[in-house]
Each structure stands twice: as C-alpha cells, then as structure tokens.
Write a protein that binds this ligand. Sequence first.
Ligand SMILES: Cc1cc2nc3c(=O)[nH]c(=O)nc-3n(C[C@H](O)[C@H](O)[C@H](O)COP(=O)(O)OP(=O)(O)OC[C@H]3O[C@@H](n4cnc5c(N)ncnc54)[C@H](O)[C@@H]3O)c2cc1C
Length: 396
Amino acid sequence: MYRFGETGRCWRLVVIGGGSAAAIQVRQGDVPPQDTLVIADRLGTGMEFLDNSILQSYADELRLSRHQETFRLGATGQLRPSAAQFDAYVRESLLGSGATLKSARVLEVEGEAGNFLLHVLNGDGRMSYERAEAVVLATGSTPRTPPPGWAEAGAVSHDVVHRERARQQTSRWAGRTVLVVGSGNSAMQVASLVASEAAEVVVLGNRYVGMFPTESPDKYSWRAPSQLACELVAKSAQECGRPGWHTTCVRHLVYDRLGVRDGEITWTYKAGDNQNPLGSRSLSGRCRHARGRLIGEGGSAWEESRRIEETAVVWATGSGPVLPGGPLIELLARDADGSLLTDEAGRTSMDGIHALGACAGQRAVNETTPALVRGRLPLPELLAGRGVPVDSEVSA
Ligand SMILES: Cc1cc2nc3c(=O)[nH]c(=O)nc-3n(C[C@H](O)[C@H](O)[C@H](O)COP(=O)(O)OP(=O)(O)OC[C@H]3O[C@@H](n4cnc5c(N)ncnc54)[C@H](O)[C@@H]3O)c2cc1C
C-alpha cells in the first residue's frame, strides 16, 4: 500500500487528460498553472482520429484561452479548422501554459487524509505516484463500440474508419455494402467518407435528426460536413443505376429492427417512420440496391438483408465517458448516459474531485467551463437533492 509520505510534492491541483478540457482548466481555471500538474497519455484533442476532416465548430468557438493568443487556429480566411489543426492548437496551448506536464496514464485515484493519491503508469511501464489536494478529471470520451453480438459481422466503431482512411486503407469497405448504424453527425460524416469506394451505403438511424438550422434549431443536429451525405442520398435517388452515373448509392433509413444471424445482417423499416426528405428517397423500390421484402400489412414495411462477407458495419451511436479506475471514481454520481454529474463549478459528488469536458457530459469546446477548485465549498445541493450518494469522506 502506498501512502502520501512516500511521494514528493503534494500538488495544489492535478488535471488528468491532455485535451481541450485540460487546456481550458489550466488556462482559465482558478489555480495558477505553476501549482498545477497535468498528467496525460497524449497532448492534443481526443478528436485527433478525424485527422484532416473539417470540424463542425468555427475557429472562434474552439478558443481555449480568454487572452489573445499568438498561435493561429487554421489559415487566414478558413472558417473552420481541421481536427489536425485543432490537435496542434491544443498541444501548443498546453505546452505554453506554464503548467507541469507529465506524459503518463493515471490508472487510479485514491483518497486519503483529505488529499488524493494518483497511481500513474509511465510510458516505460514503471509505476509512480503523485499527490494532490484537488483533482480535475478532463479525461474525455470514446466512441461506443458495437454490442458483443456484432463481432460476428466484424462491426467497428466509426473512429476505426477515420483512422484507416487517414492511412489510405480502404479494404474494409471498398466494393462492399456499408451499413452505418447511428443518427447523428458521426454517422452522416462516415457515410460520405466511405462513399467513394463502397458499393452502396445505408445509414440506419433510430430517428431522423435533420440539418441545422433549416430542419432543426438544435445546434447538435446535422452540421455542414453532414450535408454531403444528405446530398448523396438525394442525388443517388435520382440517378442510381442510370447510364453514366458512377457515384455510390447512399440511403438513409429510420429502422425498426436490426439483427445479425446465420451469416446475414437483416433490418426492417416502415414507410411511416421515413416520411422525411431522406427516408422518402430511400424506401424499397427506389433503385436496384433497395430490394426490400414486403412484411406486415398494407405494403408499407420492408425487410432487407445482406451477406456478412459483402458488408462492412460501422457503429456511430455516440460516445461514452473515459475515467480512471478505482473505487473512489466508481462512487462518483453519474448521469443517465454514464457521464459524471457536476454542478456549474465542475464539482462532482466527491469533495475535491472535479470534472469538465466530455467526461462531464459537456458536448462542445465552447460549452466547456473550468472547474472552480480553490474554494472548498459545501457540496452542491444539486447533487445531494437528486438522491445522489454524496460522499465527503476525503474532504480536507
Ligand atoms: C466525431 C466527433 C466530432 C466532434 N466535433 C466537435 C466540434 O466540431 N466541435 C466541438 O466543440 N466538439 C466536437 N466534438 C466533441 C469533442 O470531442 C469535445 O468537445 C472535446 O474534444 C472534448 O474535449 P475533452 O478534453 O473533454 O476530451 P478529449 O479531447 O477526448 O481529451 C481527453 C484526453 O484525456 C486523455 N486521458 C483519458 N484518460 C486518461 C488517464 N486515465 N490518464 C491520462 N490521460 C487520460 C485522453 O487520452 C485524451 O487525450 C466532436 C466529437 C466527435 C466524436
């Protein structure tokens, strides 16, 4: 058992993570950078897998500091940076912040005597330990992996497609039917990413999200890069199979049931669930790819199947939080989606442990606000009042 006395300095603050949330905490938080240790297994955004893809946010929405910065985010006249440009910006921001940076992975956070002991796995495989008065979790999120039953179909999460694309590896989807499971921007963007090599692309969503702002006022609905997938659905609906048309057939369906069995992937869908601009152009009968078997009554529900060996399945159903291990972290109150429950000061249900960014359910960089660490205020009523187990065992 390791104890604080066996380690060196006790940091005023340790921030875990090396993405935009960590940079915002160091740059805008209330603990000076010189009193802060950042432990990250990588410096840069967790969106780095998007590589040269253009982000949805405008450069101004991605600022990490309130002060004038010398580093430019993208080229002059460029409205939105690529993920690779943003990655470099986050890294520069952390490197120039004045905080102490440690390249390592925190395996566990342990509480004792009002402080915290962090179990740290270093790049060389050696374990070391850091002490902190307060901890900020800025550990981000990771794309959800396909459910276990989908291993048989070789399903992968959407980041795998981006990574392979960046290495110019297209064999997973080239010449195949690509089924993209998901409703949001990740699904739409991966659909257009594979469209030039796939034999056909079908996006299978559980709802129709629509384009921002023409179809939905929600800023998290489909944004500009997703427009290309919308356009491909409409264009291929008119032209798939016609002489001279070589672009891949792309469809968008709100599905009813989706399953994999006996070497086949099968999905069902109803006309009633697809009364929208893309669904109405994707129903059975529209082209040679859309060959549904009529099921149910009234001729308005269909079933389609593809052989597994002719298909690539891509999961794009959102992200789940990434957190270090240990019983203390497991005790923290969570939201329904698994992200940490925090108040507006970034406090979790455990005194001295704070969280911000994607692991705390914040969906965008410009919604990420620094945790207020210095004042050890009473634990928020917000957390206690929601029947959440509030544990202040380690309070100073
Ligand atoms: C496809 C996609 C597109 C998106 N586009 C946008 C967009 O255009 N604009 C926008 O604002 N948001 C966008 N987002 C949301 C975006 O991911 C978040 O806003 C932002 O990246 C969250 O930053 P973060 O620092 O919380 O997490 P991340 O950027 O994921 O950083 C977390 C870091 O912590 C490290 N880490 C995790 N655990 C440990 C540990 N135990 N020890 C050490 N290090 C650890 C990780 O390796 C990672 O580097 C997008 C998300 C996705 C999936």
